[in-house]
Design a binder for this molecule. Structure first.
Ligand code: SUG
Length: 452
């Protein structure tokens, strides 16, 4: 809880909720339009190393003074999903039949994709909502089966952590239809000088279902619709004067920008993006300037400075931008960026001109191989001190929890996992006992069906 003692005002904090990488993390090439996921299809993964990488990132952020919390993984393999699509028998039989008859379904039912919590939900701080409460809408993730099956448990976890109705409002996910495709905060940014004053929210969509002349990507499907973004803004009771809708550039989607956070990142009053991020970018920038009363600072990187392809392969724009405890602006970039001369030259310039006070790198290579960089792994939740006090405290990362989680990973996770291992009944029981113990470590009670 943070207080500005001098003014006696309560200051809000942006709490990063990172998805803890689960014990079944693997590479199945399941994700539409996601080049990294495709190129690592069926490679052997390292769940234990992956989980340690994610935890190390959280620790790094916490050491910068960023409040850090955890969203737990989901039970996988998802036996309920396999039964729903017709596999019968006891659990080992369900797994064995799925492996034999529909291995891609088994891979989807075993995905560790809930780690990418930027897609878990869209969250709106109380300062922006007319009713003064924090609003949550879990994403329906209808584009793919492995992701769509996260929604129900995500909603339950969010409701459990943010349980106090005086402060928190939980909406149902949008209807499960391609017309309402919603991928959550990965297509959403908020601009404000201070966290506890009303901000301007930017909702980015890839397709507009009402526009017959809409220019759409040709190679890959757009995952977020304008209709979904507008619905979330309505549900969250935002002031229409402070909401901007912008269309993704279809060329960027075709180049592998399956979410806007692969090509743009917002923080406080900064929008850091590639010139290919938006369709009609001049218009988007102008609207943002007007809505923020010229407070926004737009740092646009040209294709000459960094090609669209290199922006996607380095994941520069999937960096996290954070403000440290002592007020410095830091870019936390994926380790991949260090290998690109174009990126390192650009970042040197951006430190020299004061856009960032410094740059730090983080190795989340296991997640990156599935197309998830640092920013994909976190959901930002702006909370006042009162709201922080009202949430479940057990999910906040402390030194002690960090140590417990590190030991927990070592106790429960396999070093390697290949697609051939997914039907192993031991993987199911290992994963359940890991999550059962985790729910207790995080003080979440019996949140999983298998515990009930
Ligand atoms: O939805 N990858 C995820 C990556 C999500 C990244 N999130 C953000 N950009 N915010 C996806 O494409 C790959 C799973 C696999 O192939 O095994 C996957 O689902």
């Amino acid at each position: 809880m943070t207080h500005d003692n001098q003014r006696g005002l309560e200051v809000a904090a942006e709490v990063n909720f990172d998805g803890l990488i689960g014990p079944t993390h693997h590479f199945a090439g399941l994700a539409p339009g996601n080049l990294a996921s495709w190129s690592h299809r069926d490679q052997t993964s390292n769940p234990r190393a992956a989980a340690h990488q994610g935890l190390a990132k959280m620790r790094q952020l916490r050491s910068l003074g960023v409040p850090q919390a955890i969203l737990p993984p989901q039970p996988r393999p998802n036996i309920g999903l396999l039964r729903r699509v017709g596999f019968t028998g006891d659990d080992p039989t369900v797994l064995e039949k799925a492996q034999r008859e529909a291995p891609r379904l088994l891979a989807a039912a075993t995905s560790g994709s809930s780690m990418w919590t930027a897609n878990a939900a869209t969250v709106c701080p109380s300062a922006d909502a007319i009713d003064g409460r924090v609003h949550f809408t879990p994403a329906n993730l209808v584009t793919s089966l492995h992701r769509a099956s996260e929604t129900e448990v995500t909603a339950r976890i969010l409701r459990t952590i943010f349980d106090d109705q005086r402060f928190f409002v939980h909406h149902s996910a949008l209807p499960s239809s391609a017309d309402m495709g919603d991928e959550g905060a990965a297509n959403h940014s908020r601009f404000a000088d201070e966290l506890n004053v009303p901000g301007v929210q930017l909702f980015v969509f890839g397709s507009d279902r009402d526009d017959a002349h809409d220019s759409n990507p040709k190679r890959f499907a757009a995952r977020q619709t304008r209709q979904a973004s507008e619905s979330v803004a309505r549900l969250h009771r935002l002031d229409p004067q402070r909401v901007v809708f912008a269309k993704q550039n279809p060329i960027a989607i075709d180049a592998g920008v399956f979410h806007n956070d692969v090509i743009a990142v917002g923080h406080r009053q900064l929008l850091f993006c590639h010139e290919a991020a938006f369709a009609q970018s001049r218009r988007v920038y102008e609207t943002l300037r007007k809505a923020t009363r010229d407070q926004i600072r737009i740092v646009e990187v040209s294709s000459q400075q960094l090609s669209l392809q290199d922006a996607v392969s380095t994941y520069l724009f999937n960096s996290q931008v954070v403000t440290t405890a002592d007020g410095r602006t830091v870019l936390m970039a994926p380790e991949h960026c260090r290998r690109s001369n174009a990126v390192t030259a650009l970042l040197e310039e951006l430190v020299a001109d004061g856009t960032f006070d410094f740059v730090t790198y983080v190795d989340v290579g296991q997640s990156m191989n599935n197309g998830g960089g640092p920013a994909c792994l976190r959901l930002r939740v702006v909370l006042t001190g009162e709201q922080q006090a009202a949430m479940t405290n057990g999910v906040m990362l402390t030194d002690r929890l960090h140590q417990n989680l590190s030991l927990w990973i070592d106790r429960h996770y396999r070093e390697t996992l290949s697609t051939a291992d997914l039907a192993d009944p031991n993987l199911l029981s290992e994963s359940r006992s890991a999550l059962d113990e985790l729910a207790a470590l995080l003080d979440l009670g019996s949140i999983y069906d298998f515990q009930r």
